[in-house]
Design a protein around this ligand. Structure first.
Ligand code: ASP
Ligand code: MG
Length: 421
């Protein structure tokens, strides 16, 4: 059994959806659990529906939802060549449920309504792809993953109840493969024990696929993207990026930690636990080598890995009484960051000061200043970038920092980080 994940970009146009079909057809004898995310930018559009609903701008919300409905009906009709198909009744039901939600007075949290509305994207995309696959000669079974993935009620970042979900996968999903080779499920969503829809965090479909791979003891997972594979830097920010043929689980976790937007960070652990290899491949050309992620990856050819985090703020906290910033003070400072849910991207301390780099979030910074100002002076410097290079080659750091002011630098055996203005 293999697990495949297709993201929004692979469902962005009819032409691309046909490519997805061709890829699946090229594995005729394989049992495939296919996880699919919402089409194109649907999740962003649904977020706007949720926002407007919560602001009680019901008409705008309804109009945005209507636009999403029309787009999906058009795609479905173009794929199937008709509007006379049971799929259209199924889609109608999904929209009717969403419209009911829009008719409610928002009495619960925003995150709750967000999940009830935003989960629609994956239900629509999977229903459409499943119906079209069946018509196009790829017999498959559609699964409502909300009957399988049980979570807590931490809406928008729900945590999976591992034991319950494993039981559902074994008892409900696995037997489906007795009748078909292809099972299609939604990424990104799940359900509480009260049958409320939840989401697992933006871009969470990679993680959903990894949970399936773990629980089905899959031989591999493949994430099909519109790029060649993992690159050593973001091609939108750097010229001359190269593909990484092979890389270890832990290196990918490091990349994600430093801010590379590669694969959803939660994805690796379920795979690593069962030593399931993860392939990142290009659905536009499946013959490109892509990237293999596994435990004992061959790093001999690993290029320098470059991660740039923009819109950073360097905060310097100094004690008011010139007292040393020792362990107890650092612990107090950390507690404050923790309680405000501010992630520290880099930190350094000196005798009477503590410096750290965080994402720019003016609201949070204001709360931070309030919380610290009794005991500390706080200075900050905005509009910065945090550059991280692992396995830097001679001259690369200088080349990337050319003409920039370096505010802080930190080095370890393989990693160098600089805060740049
Ligand atoms: N559709 C969701 C998102 O855009 C989940 C995913 O794509 O993985 O965040
Ligand atoms: Mg997506």
């Amino acid at each position: 059994m293999k697990v495949f994940k297709f993201g929004g970009a692979s469902l962005e146009s009819i032409e691309r959806i046909h490519k997805v079909g061709a890829i699946v057809q090229s594995f005729p004898d394989e049992k495939l659990l296919i996880v699919i995310s919402a089409m194109g930018k649907t999740t962003n559009e649904l977020e706007k529906v949720a926002q407007n609903f919560f602001l009680r701008k019901r008409e705008i919300a309804a109009q945005l939802l209507y636009n999403i409905e029309q787009q999906h009906l058009e795609v479905a009709a173009a794929l199937l060549g008709t509007r006379e198909h049971p799929l259209f009744r199924q889609l109608q039901q999904f929209f009717t449920e969403a419209e009911w939600t829009l008719g409610e007075k928002p009495m619960r949290s925003y995150d709750y309504y967000y999940d009830q509305l935003v989960s629609l994207g994956e239900l629509l995309s999977t229903a459409i792809i499943s119906a079209w696959f069946n018509q196009a000669g790829i017999p498959n079974t559609w699964v409502d993953v909300r009957d399988v993935f049980r979570t807590d009620d931490n809406f928008r970042d729900a945590n999976i109840d591992w034991a319950f979900t494993q039981r559902q996968v074994t008892e409900k999903v696995l037997p489906l493969f007795n009748n078909v080779n292809v099972v299609i499920a939604q990424g990104f969503i799940g359900s509480t024990d009260q049958n409320e829809s939840v989401t697992l965090g933006r871009e969470g479909s990679d993680y959903s696929a990894a949970v399936f791979a773990n629980m089905l003891d899959a031989e591999s997972q493949t994430i099909w993207k519109d790029v060649e594979g993992l690159k050593n830097a973001d091609p939108k920010l750097f010229p001359n990026t190269v593909n990484i043929p092979e890389i270890s689980y832990s290196e990918v976790i490091e990349m994600a930690y430093y801010g590379a937007q590669v694969i959803h960070p939660k994805t690796i652990k379920p795979l690593q636990n069962k030593q399931i290899p993860l392939y990142v491949k290009c659905f536009l050309n499946k013959d490109l080598p892509g990237t293999l992620i596994r435990e004992d990856a061959d790093h001999a050819q690993l290029p320098p890995i470059i991660v740039l985090k923009k819109n950073q703020v360097l905060i310097t906290v100094t004690s008011r009484d010139y007292a040393f910033i020792t362990e107890d003070k650092i612990s107090d400072i950390y507690d404050i960051f923790h309680s405000l849910k501010i992630k520290i991207n880099l930190m350094q301390n000196a005798a009477i000061s503590f410096s750290c780099c965080i994402d720019n979030n003016p609201e949070k910074i204001e709360q931070l200043i309030k919380a610290l100002h009794h005991d500390f002076k706080l200075a900050y410097n905005e509009g910065l970038e945090l550059l991280t290079i692992r396995y830097a080659k001679d001259g690369l750091l200088e080349e990337l920092c050319n003409g920039r002011t370096v505010l802080l630098e930190q080095r370890s055996a393989v990693t160098v980080q600089r805060i740049l203005k």
